[in-house]
Ligand binder design. Structure first.
Ligand code: DQA
Length: 145
């Protein structure tokens, strides 16, 4: 049975493709889900992509991943910079965690330079556009061996 990777997305990423396309590009989250599913097949991994605009729901997604996911790829969006609750939930998860940011957060406002989630993540990808999700999935395949 293929191992499943949960790809979790935080607030406003439901608007990907429409929201600030000069920063985040024109591809949608559904495009990301399809590209990851196709790449996952090549890598022998199943993928399931989720998105929520609510912090507590993201915490619950991480709790569900404890029993259902071999690894987590997460773009916590704005909650990266504020959420101890998401960090704590990830600390209660045993598998590998990779953090993705579509934009290069280090080239942007100072408040985006710190992410609570980075303390837990095995690796962080930022500034590679939506391709960052695919790169994270490739890395996940290596980490899971
Ligand atoms: C983001 C960067 C965050 O600072 C921002 O709040 C987002 C998206 C990114 O993917 O580049 O919503 O995580």
């Amino acid at each position: 049975m293929a191992r499943t990777i949960h790809i979790l997305n935080g607030p406003n990423l439901n608007l990907l493709g429409k929201r600030e396309p000069e920063i985040y590009g024109s591809e949608t989250l559904e495009d990301v889900a399809q590209a990851c599913a196709a790449l996952g097949k090549e890598l022998g991994l199943e993928t399931a992509l989720f998105q929520s605009n609510h912090e507590g729901e993201i915490v619950e997604m991480i709790h569900r991943a404890r029993a259902a996911a071999a690894g987590i790829i997460i773009n916590p969006a704005a909650y990266s910079h504020t959420s101890v609750a998401i960090l704590d939930a990830l600390n209660a998860y045993d598998g590998p965690v990779l953090e993705v940011h579509i934009s290069n957060v280090h080239k942007r406002e100072g408040f985006r330079h710190h992410s609570y989630v980075s303390q837990r993540a095995e690796g962080v990808i930022a500034g590679f556009g939506v391709q960052g999700y695919a790169l994270a999935l490739r890395r996940m395949a290596v980490l899971l061996g």
